[in-house]
Design a binder for this molecule. Structure first.
Ligand code: HEM
Length: 423
């Protein structure tokens, strides 16, 4: 070993220690620098007067907890300026000399967005306080009024059934039938009906299941059921859309209004005496248009939720409505647009469910002989003449049997042979 080798080996530990000490000091300086009084004095964000120096979370966006605008935090500040609630920062504008950018907070709270470099441009919005309003509406008024509407419909129908009973074929069964709906009409109807029932049940579970079902069947079963229901909801929606389109095309020509519809309404749908009707009476025409309009709208809003942020559906609709004189907000953020769309989707779902409960009632237990129209497609001649005489006479004449049932197109008496068509 040479002399220089020995010197290096002796000096090395000392050298390392000095270097370590210097590095440590530099590091300490970096850590301490931002906490020095000078640095604190230069900071552009100051704690408001009266607030303690301890770390506090940012103020919650106004409207979330309070439902009011900015400045609600001031209510939690004592006269001394000391925050009573340790989790709420006092109103920054209340302090003397506060240099707090309230306009920036106000804009952020109202949903102002910046730009982000990631693909999801919605991430540029820091606070979306409308989400709370949306949730309050969905879990509050929407659920409550929707429940009343559904329950009210069932109670009304039950009361009607109890007091009036089933609407019978006044002249009894003729025992001969006439074709009311062909194969494709029935296929389209049952596709629409089947898909709607699945959509309604799975949709109502999404809205009410947590309150009604979860306590009964427990979390694991409810979670599995709701997850399956949601997938089913998304896929079955396409069958519903096809059903709506098919029935619209097939039945549109029978559903244009006519002067007879006014008579039908004036005579309360036959309650105040016989009313003539074509293939569909005024009540059915109203149902047709309500189902079609709601069906198209619920499909569009459903698609908007299936493919989110692709089209500003609510904004565009509000813009069009405002041209007719309304005053809806049109500068909606992408998320707000989805929230309006979702509320409208739920309202339509509840509305259609009420209509369909009434429709199912009248098509089954409510009216004797009605179900066969959609079952076998064949209805009793007397039923046809009593409820849709204009259409029935045309159908019988086309078959060459008008008059065969007696009375030249009026309902015949009950069939003596008496084989009753299946309902
Ligand atoms: C179990 C469920 C259902 C039953 C038993 C049923 C029964 C019927 C019957 C018997 C008719 C023929 C009425 C006639 O001959 O004049 C009919 C027609 C019709 N149904 Fe249904 N239906 C059901 C569900 C649905 C659903 C869910 C929808 C729509 C979402 C729907 C939409 C229609 C429409 C638009 C018509 C034609 C207009 C009318 O007759 O009121 N149906 N249905």
């Amino acid at each position: 070993m040479t002399l220089s080798d020995m010197t290096v080996s002796k000096l090395q530990p000392l050298y390392c220690r000095v270097l370590g000490l210097v590095c440590g000091l530099v590091l300490l300086l970096f850590v301490m620098a931002p906490l020095s009084p000078a640095a604190l004095a230069q900071s552009s964000v100051r704690l408001p007067a009266g607030a303690s120096g301890s770390a506090t979370p940012p103020p919650p966006p106004a409207g979330i907890l309070s439902g009011t605008s900015a400045g609600r935090g001031a209510q939690d500040v004592g006269s001394s300026g000391t925050a009573r609630n340790p989790f709420r920062v006092p109103d920054p504008t209340a302090g003397k000399g506060a240099r707090y950018d309230t306009r920036m907070w106000e804009k952020l709270r109202k949903g102002a967005g910046g730009t982000v470099s990631i693909l999801d441009s919605n991430a540029g919005q820091l606070i979306q306080s409308d989400g709370w309003e949306w949730m309050k509406l969905r879990n509050g008024k929407l659920q409550r009024y929707g429940g009343w509407a559904l329950g009210g419909t069932i109670v009304l129908l039950a009361a009607f059934f109890l007091f009036k009973g089933r609407i019978k074929i006044a002249s009894g069964w003729a025992g001969r039938t006439v074709t009311r709906f062909g194969f494709w009409e029935r296929a389209a109807h049952w596709m629409l009906a089947g898909s709607f029932i699945i959509l309604a049940v799975s949709g109502l579970n999404m809205l009410y299941g947590k309150e009604l079902l979860l306590p009964l069947i427990g979390k694991p079963a409810f979670a599995a059921m709701t997850a399956w229901g949601k997938s089913l909801h998304n896929y079955v929606a396409f069958a519903f859309m096809v059903g709506i389109l098919m029935t619209f095309v097939m039945w549109l020509r029978h559903n244009f209004p006519s002067w007879r519809d006014i008579v039908w309404v004036a005579k309360l749908g036959g309650a105040l005496g016989h009313v003539s009707a074509g293939k569909f009476n005024a009540g059915q025409k109203m149902l047709f248009w309500l189902i079609m309009l709601s069906g198209f709208s619920i499909s569009a809003t459903g698609l908007a939720w299936m493919f989110p942020f692709q089209a500003p559906l609510a904004g565009e609709t509000f813009w069009a409505l405002n041209r007719l004189g309304t005053d809806f907000p049109t500068t909606l953020s992408a998320v707000q647009d989805m929230q309006y769309t979702s509320i409208w989707h739920s309202i339509l779902g509840l509305f259609m469910s009420c209509l369909i409960i009434a429709h199912i009632y009248i098509g089954t237990i409510g009216m004797q002989g009605a179900f066969a129209a959609m079952g076998s497609g064949e209805v009793d001649e007397n039923w046809a003449l009593e409820h849709h005489d204009i259409w029935a006479k045309d159908a019988l004449a086309a078959r060459g049997s008008l008059g065969a049932q007696g009375g030249g197109g009026s309902p015949a008496g009950p069939s003596p042979a008496g084989p009753q068509p299946a309902e």
